[in-house]
Design a protein around this ligand. Structure first.
Ligand code: BGC
Length: 731
């Protein structure tokens, strides 16, 4: 990134220096020209106001929407284009998908967002964001539609792979790191989908979807919204300083998200102080005046609507104004939001980004993708050290499953056409070396696959699920949905019966059922690993690298254990209303509060070494609510590895206010050599101890005893402490 980034920095710096040194107007070395609004010594607000004044009403209306009606994903095209105003030198704005890589011709396929979250590593989240922004920029884009931060409320969600999992704290930390790094690379991030866009819809008996994202009304109570579904958006705004927010298709407590005044104005702008622009998901604008007044600013693709909606195309906006349903003032406010952010971000004061992908350092990005894939791979089970495979002692290895030969990724706007891809089969064969007999069987014939496994030193079964934007998975088993007829569960059973050293490699969008887990030697969850899938999986299997991942979502034993199961009002909704009546008990909060044993808990992930957490220290912050939690992490095994100590806080409950037994409030990923010990410190701020008070409509800290739990997963707590707050005691 060094050279390219520094050229932006130089332009920006030059702008600042010029701005600082001259008493009068200062002109950036960009493309703005010498118009009054090009004076970089003025504030972004002032510059936007000057430009809006200079634009004709029709030109302002024209800036509300993108101008290219089709999205092809082809090289040289963009996911959104606003042509600007040539008369006044307002440059065109180019926007692209998305959270896992750039959807514009070929690109590096980075590990899916859920894999990134599984790394529990803010540094890698920044690497992911930076690299994707660099590719977006090298392909001429100013905005990237990412990250997706919606909470994984049900693992059936078709976009599970695009989420950062089920926890708002992990999602917020991952999202903020991603956004900051992407924006430092010169591209405006667009956090999505605001808000409560947690399902695509269940496939009905015909073509219809039940609880479709386009029509469903998510009914979420105030506390649940603030504690579970909004904190990561809030962090994106306040800490990430995200340039833009994408409003979602669904309704939230009545109005559509893109015309929801509570959401777009009261919460986003007034409570959080958002200064950027709100854009609508693909065709999510519903009524011109209502949307603009609620806080929608821009619609990049105004040529589709999914529910009889009214787009922001100029002729539609003009008609709405003529009919008195919208006003020029509504338009001006929206355009001001857009332009103000473009000025603030330096968009006018730099040259256009050329669409020239020779600027992309593909080998470096492939290495980044590989590193993240390794760090996000979760070792769920490892009976009697089945893994790592000992390359020196291995004579034969069976690789089983057609999925070992395929590039597994999610469908929809995050489906990347990769520059390169190495399959697990190819990389395992290479890594095993010429002295090892590596046999492959595609697993379509169960008896034949079992034969291939029998007698091999170990059998690696690679199995994937199928998930896509647009429709949820019908069930949580591996043989679900588009996968029907393939019998992956039975394949695993048969191979495991034939070979005791059976290793299952999962490439799934999120949690799946693992009914065979006790019968296999080891299980690795690799998610959708992207371009470097093969290398990452092979390196973890052979122990070249420790599996660094921990689960960002609970793996249930049975589908009916899910918080959304068994009540169609909760999922997929009845009459297009979905009630979030499980409240704050989402994911592990539900399993913990109800005492349900999961297959693999949130935060779980084994290492090839062993860690101990010792000497927990809890110190109250001086002045104000907060605490410092420290613990010594010791590598007690015989090799280097990655530890992920996690801090959970149990808040005191009250009548009418259920509190989950523990909530994640701190974590760190650290590499420790054999025998190495390191003291790690977590700073818990006031928010870590706060709940949303629905009477006062604000965050409050209740008097009481707060349980501090430090462990290696949400169910593997090594050390416990307590902190009394607000005059209470811990008896
Ligand atoms: C998705 C967005 C995406 C947009 C453009 C929509 O269907 O929900 O996440 O950015 O398409 O591809």
């Amino acid at each position: 990134m060094g050279r390219r980034l520094s050229s932006v920095a130089v332009v920006v710096l030059l702008g600042l220096v010029l701005a600082g040194s001259a008493a009068g107007p200062a002109w950036a070395a960009g493309r703005c020209g010498d118009h009054p609004w090009c004076d970089t010594s003025l504030s972004a607000d002032r510059r936007a106001a000057l430009l809006v004044e200079a634009l004709t009403p029709a030109e302002r209306i024209g800036l509300l929407a993108g101008d290219v009606p089709a999205i092809s994903g082809a090289a040289g095209t963009h996911t959104g284009t606003e042509s600007g105003v040539p008369r006044l030198g307002v440059p065109p704005l180019y926007l692209t998908d998305g959270p896992i890589g750039v959807r514009q011709g070929q690109a590096t396929a980075f590990p899916a967002s859920i894999a990134l979250a599984a790394s529990f590593d803010r540094g890698l989240a920044a690497e992911h964001g930076r690299a994707i922004a660099e590719e977006a920029r090298a392909k001429g884009n100013d905005v990237v539609y990412a990250p997706t931060v919606n909470i994984l409320r049900t693992p059936l969600w078709g976009r599970a792979f695009e989420s950062f999992g089920e926890d708002p704290y992990l999602t917020a930390r991952t999202g903020v790191a991603w956004i900051r790094a992407a924006q430092r690379a010169g591209v405006m991030a667009n956090v999505k989908h605001f808000a409560a866009n947690n399902q695509e819809g269940e496939q009905g008996p015909g073509d219809e979807l039940i609880g479709s994202r386009y029509t469903v009304d998510a009914r979420v109570d105030e506390r649940t919204l603030r504690e579970i579904y909004l904190p990561h958006f809030e962090a994106a705004v306040k800490e990430g300083r995200v340039a833009s927010v994408m409003c979602a298709y669904n309704k939230l407590n009545g109005p559509h998200a893109c015309e929801n005044r509570t959401l777009l104005t009261r919460i986003l702008r007034q409570d959080w102080g958002f200064k950027g622009f709100v854009l609508a998901d693909y065709g999510a604008s519903k009524h011109v005046g209502t949307g603009l007044r609620a806080g929608l600013d821009f619609e990049p693709f105004p040529y589709v609507d999914f529910d009889g909606g009214e787009n922001l195309r100029p002729e539609i906006v003009s008609a709405a104004i003529a009919a008195g349903r919208a006003s020029q003032a509504d338009v001006d406010r929206a355009v001001t939001h857009l332009l103000r952010e473009l000025f603030a971000f330096g968009f006018f004061d730099r040259a256009a980004y050329p669409d020239d992908e020779s600027q992309i350092d593909r080998p470096a990005h492939l290495r980044t993708a590989e590193e993240i894939a390794e760090a996000g791979t979760v070792l769920l089970r490892n009976r009697s050290r089945t893994l790592p495979l000992a390359a020196g002692r291995l004579r034969s290895l069976a690789v089983i499953g057609a999925d070992a030969d395929r590039n597994i990724n999610g469908g929809g706007s995050s489906n990347i056409n990769p520059y390169s891809f190495t399959s697990p089969r190819a990389a395992i064969t290479t890594r095993a070396g010429s002295g090892v007999d590596v046999r492959f069987d595609d697993g379509t014939d169960l008896a034949r696959a079992a034969d291939a496994a029998r007698g091999a030193d170990a059998a690696v079964v690679v199995v994937a699920d199928a998930a896509t934007e647009g429709v949820d998975k019908p069930c949580l088993g591996l043989d679900c949905g588009a996968q029907r007829g393939v019998q992956r569960d039975r394949l695993i059973e048969r191979v495991a019966a034939a070979n005791r050293r059976t290793i299952v490699v999962l490439e799934t969008a999120g949690p799946v059922l693992t009914p065979w887990r006790q019968r296999v030697g080891a299980i690795l969850e690799a998610w959708y690993p992207g371009s470097a899938a093969g290398e990452a999986i092979a390196r973890v299997l052979f122990g070249d690298v420790d599996p660094g991942g921990r689960l960002p979502a609970t793996f249930p034993r049975r589908e009916r254990d899910l918080p959304t199961a068994g009540d169609r009002r909760r999922y997929p909704g009845v009459n297009e209303v979905v009630r979030y009546s499980e409240g704050v008990l989402v994911g592990y909060r539900w399993f913990d509060e109800r005492g349900i044993r999961p297959a693999y808990p949130f935060g779980h992930g084994l290492s090839y070494t062993r860690f101990a957490l010792r000497n927990l220290g809890v110190r109250r912050a001086r002045g104000g609510v907060g605490a410092t939690v420290s613990v010594t992490v010791v590598n007690r095994g015989s090799r280097a590895g990655t530890a992920v100590p996690q801090v959970y806080v149990g808040l005191p409950g009250a009548r009418g206010r259920v509190q989950p037994p523990r909530q994640l409030k701190g974590y760190q990923s650290l590499d420790l050599r054999r025998g190495q010990a390191r003291r790690v410190t977590f700073r818990l701020d006031r928010r870590a101890f706060s709940y949303w008070d629905t009477r006062r409509h604000r965050w409050e800290v209740a008097p009481g005893c707060y349980r501090i739990q430090v462990g290696q997963s949400s169910r593997d707590i090594d050390a416990r402490g307590a902190l009394a707050l607000r005059g209470a005691s811990c008896g």
